[in-house]
Ligand binder design. Structure first.
Ligand SMILES: Cc1cc2nc3c(=O)[nH]c(=O)nc-3n(C[C@H](O)[C@H](O)[C@H](O)COP(=O)(O)O)c2cc1C
Length: 171
Protein backbone atom coordinates (compact mmCIF):
# COMPACT_ATOMS: atom_id res chain seq x y z
CA UNK A 1 0.00 0.00 0.00
CA UNK A 2 1.25 3.46 -0.88
CA UNK A 3 0.89 5.58 2.26
CA UNK A 4 2.57 8.87 1.39
CA UNK A 5 3.43 11.28 -1.40
CA UNK A 6 7.03 12.57 -1.35
CA UNK A 7 8.39 15.28 -3.64
CA UNK A 8 11.39 17.39 -4.62
CA UNK A 9 10.69 20.76 -6.23
CA UNK A 10 12.92 23.65 -7.25
CA UNK A 11 10.59 26.42 -8.42
CA UNK A 12 7.26 25.11 -7.08
CA UNK A 13 5.58 23.29 -9.99
CA UNK A 14 6.33 19.79 -8.70
CA UNK A 15 5.20 20.78 -5.23
CA UNK A 16 1.84 21.91 -6.68
CA UNK A 17 1.36 18.59 -8.51
CA UNK A 18 2.39 16.50 -5.49
CA UNK A 19 0.07 18.41 -3.17
CA UNK A 20 -2.85 18.34 -5.63
CA UNK A 21 -2.41 14.58 -6.13
CA UNK A 22 -2.16 13.93 -2.39
CA UNK A 23 -5.36 15.89 -1.85
CA UNK A 24 -7.16 13.95 -4.59
CA UNK A 25 -6.28 10.58 -3.05
CA UNK A 26 -6.30 11.68 0.61
CA UNK A 27 -2.64 10.92 1.39
CA UNK A 28 -0.13 12.94 3.39
CA UNK A 29 2.41 14.86 1.31
CA UNK A 30 5.98 15.64 2.30
CA UNK A 31 9.07 17.34 0.85
CA UNK A 32 11.88 14.74 0.61
CA UNK A 33 14.02 17.12 2.70
CA UNK A 34 11.60 16.74 5.60
CA UNK A 35 10.74 13.08 5.25
CA UNK A 36 13.27 11.61 7.68
CA UNK A 37 10.50 10.70 10.15
CA UNK A 38 9.05 8.15 7.74
CA UNK A 39 10.20 4.58 8.33
CA UNK A 40 12.62 3.07 5.83
CA UNK A 41 10.82 0.91 3.30
CA UNK A 42 7.60 2.98 3.41
CA UNK A 43 5.81 2.76 0.05
CA UNK A 44 5.60 6.20 -1.49
CA UNK A 45 4.56 7.80 -4.74
CA UNK A 46 7.44 10.10 -5.68
CA UNK A 47 7.28 13.40 -7.63
CA UNK A 48 10.49 15.13 -8.74
CA UNK A 49 11.41 17.90 -11.16
CA UNK A 50 13.27 16.95 -14.33
CA UNK A 51 16.87 18.11 -14.88
CA UNK A 52 18.62 16.81 -18.01
CA UNK A 53 16.12 13.93 -18.31
CA UNK A 54 16.70 12.88 -14.68
CA UNK A 55 14.05 13.09 -11.97
CA UNK A 56 15.64 15.00 -9.12
CA UNK A 57 15.84 13.36 -5.71
CA UNK A 58 14.70 9.98 -6.99
CA UNK A 59 17.96 8.13 -6.28
CA UNK A 60 18.07 9.56 -2.75
CA UNK A 61 14.40 8.74 -2.13
CA UNK A 62 14.95 5.23 -3.49
CA UNK A 63 17.60 4.54 -0.84
CA UNK A 64 14.95 4.92 1.89
CA UNK A 65 11.59 4.22 0.33
CA UNK A 66 9.81 1.67 -1.82
CA UNK A 67 8.73 3.63 -4.92
CA UNK A 68 6.37 1.70 -7.23
CA UNK A 69 5.52 4.88 -9.16
CA UNK A 70 7.57 7.98 -9.98
CA UNK A 71 6.33 11.20 -11.62
CA UNK A 72 8.67 13.62 -13.38
CA UNK A 73 7.67 17.26 -13.80
CA UNK A 74 9.47 18.99 -16.67
CA UNK A 75 8.91 21.56 -19.38
CA UNK A 76 7.84 19.03 -21.99
CA UNK A 77 4.25 18.09 -22.70
CA UNK A 78 2.96 15.34 -20.36
CA UNK A 79 3.85 11.88 -21.64
CA UNK A 80 6.18 12.94 -24.46
CA UNK A 81 9.52 12.21 -22.75
CA UNK A 82 8.70 8.99 -20.91
CA UNK A 83 10.99 6.71 -22.92
CA UNK A 84 13.92 9.16 -22.80
CA UNK A 85 13.60 9.61 -19.04
CA UNK A 86 13.08 5.90 -18.37
CA UNK A 87 16.25 5.11 -20.32
CA UNK A 88 18.34 7.95 -18.83
CA UNK A 89 17.37 6.88 -15.32
CA UNK A 90 17.63 3.15 -16.01
CA UNK A 91 14.25 2.57 -14.37
CA UNK A 92 13.41 -1.11 -13.96
CA UNK A 93 10.29 -2.62 -15.51
CA UNK A 94 8.53 -2.75 -12.13
CA UNK A 95 8.63 1.02 -11.72
CA UNK A 96 5.75 2.95 -13.28
CA UNK A 97 6.66 6.35 -14.73
CA UNK A 98 4.42 9.33 -15.48
CA UNK A 99 5.54 12.72 -16.76
CA UNK A 100 3.77 16.04 -16.27
CA UNK A 101 4.28 19.53 -17.67
CA UNK A 102 5.38 22.10 -15.10
CA UNK A 103 6.67 25.46 -16.24
CA UNK A 104 9.56 27.84 -16.56
CA UNK A 105 10.47 30.44 -13.95
CA UNK A 106 13.81 31.96 -14.97
CA UNK A 107 13.75 34.57 -12.18
CA UNK A 108 13.63 31.87 -9.51
CA UNK A 109 16.64 30.00 -10.90
CA UNK A 110 20.10 30.54 -9.48
CA UNK A 111 23.73 29.65 -10.27
CA UNK A 112 24.37 26.67 -12.54
CA UNK A 113 20.67 25.97 -13.02
CA UNK A 114 20.12 29.48 -14.39
CA UNK A 115 23.19 29.30 -16.61
CA UNK A 116 22.27 25.90 -18.08
CA UNK A 117 18.69 26.88 -18.73
CA UNK A 118 19.65 30.24 -20.27
CA UNK A 119 21.73 28.37 -22.85
CA UNK A 120 18.95 25.79 -23.45
CA UNK A 121 16.41 28.63 -23.74
CA UNK A 122 18.40 30.46 -26.41
CA UNK A 123 18.96 27.38 -28.56
CA UNK A 124 15.38 26.10 -28.16
CA UNK A 125 13.92 29.47 -29.19
CA UNK A 126 16.15 29.70 -32.24
CA UNK A 127 15.46 26.08 -33.25
CA UNK A 128 11.68 26.46 -32.83
CA UNK A 129 11.58 29.82 -34.62
CA UNK A 130 13.46 28.45 -37.61
CA UNK A 131 10.79 25.94 -38.64
CA UNK A 132 7.08 25.28 -39.08
CA UNK A 133 5.53 24.54 -35.68
CA UNK A 134 2.72 22.29 -34.50
CA UNK A 135 0.23 23.90 -32.06
CA UNK A 136 2.12 22.13 -29.25
CA UNK A 137 5.45 23.52 -30.43
CA UNK A 138 3.83 26.96 -30.64
CA UNK A 139 3.05 26.66 -26.94
CA UNK A 140 6.57 25.35 -26.21
CA UNK A 141 7.97 28.45 -27.91
CA UNK A 142 5.69 30.72 -25.87
CA UNK A 143 6.77 28.97 -22.66
CA UNK A 144 10.47 29.38 -23.53
CA UNK A 145 9.96 33.04 -24.44
CA UNK A 146 7.65 34.23 -21.69
CA UNK A 147 7.98 31.61 -18.99
CA UNK A 148 5.04 30.77 -16.73
CA UNK A 149 3.20 27.74 -15.47
CA UNK A 150 1.46 24.94 -17.37
CA UNK A 151 0.25 23.31 -14.14
CA UNK A 152 -2.87 21.34 -15.00
CA UNK A 153 -4.42 19.20 -12.25
CA UNK A 154 -6.49 17.30 -14.85
CA UNK A 155 -3.25 15.71 -16.13
CA UNK A 156 -3.10 13.86 -12.80
CA UNK A 157 -6.15 11.77 -13.79
CA UNK A 158 -4.17 8.80 -15.25
CA UNK A 159 -1.98 8.76 -12.14
CA UNK A 160 -5.04 8.69 -9.88
CA UNK A 161 -6.45 5.78 -11.96
CA UNK A 162 -3.17 3.88 -11.71
CA UNK A 163 -3.00 4.56 -7.96
CA UNK A 164 -6.57 3.31 -7.34
CA UNK A 165 -5.87 0.06 -9.19
CA UNK A 166 -2.56 -0.40 -7.39
CA UNK A 167 -4.13 0.13 -3.98
CA UNK A 168 -6.93 -2.29 -4.85
CA UNK A 169 -4.29 -4.92 -5.70
CA UNK A 170 -5.26 -5.08 -9.38
CA UNK A 171 -1.61 -4.57 -10.41
C1 LIG B 1 18.98 23.18 -15.18
C2 LIG B 1 17.63 22.72 -15.67
C3 LIG B 1 17.52 21.62 -16.50
C4 LIG B 1 16.27 21.19 -16.95
N1 LIG B 1 16.19 20.08 -17.75
C5 LIG B 1 14.97 19.68 -18.20
C6 LIG B 1 14.84 18.51 -19.02
O1 LIG B 1 15.80 17.81 -19.32
N2 LIG B 1 13.60 18.17 -19.47
C7 LIG B 1 12.48 18.91 -19.14
O2 LIG B 1 11.37 18.56 -19.58
N3 LIG B 1 12.56 19.99 -18.34
C8 LIG B 1 13.77 20.39 -17.86
N4 LIG B 1 13.88 21.50 -17.06
C9 LIG B 1 12.65 22.25 -16.73
C10 LIG B 1 12.11 21.93 -15.34
O3 LIG B 1 12.00 20.54 -15.13
C11 LIG B 1 10.74 22.60 -15.18
O4 LIG B 1 10.96 23.99 -15.12
C12 LIG B 1 9.94 22.12 -13.98
O5 LIG B 1 8.67 22.71 -14.02
C13 LIG B 1 10.63 22.45 -12.67
O6 LIG B 1 9.84 21.98 -11.61
P1 LIG B 1 9.82 22.73 -10.21
O7 LIG B 1 9.06 24.03 -10.43
O8 LIG B 1 9.14 21.83 -9.28
O9 LIG B 1 11.24 23.00 -9.82
C14 LIG B 1 15.10 21.91 -16.58
C15 LIG B 1 15.21 23.01 -15.72
C16 LIG B 1 16.46 23.41 -15.26
C17 LIG B 1 16.54 24.58 -14.32
Amino acid sequence: MITTVVYTSNTGETEKYAKAFAEMVHLPCMDLKHSSDYAEGTSVLYFGWVFADHIQGYEKAQQRFHIPCVCGVGMSTAGTKDETIREAMKLDDNTVLFTLQGGLHMKQLKGMHKLILSVARKSSISSLESRQRTPQEEDDLLLWKEGGSRFDPSSLTPIVSWYEQYQAGVM
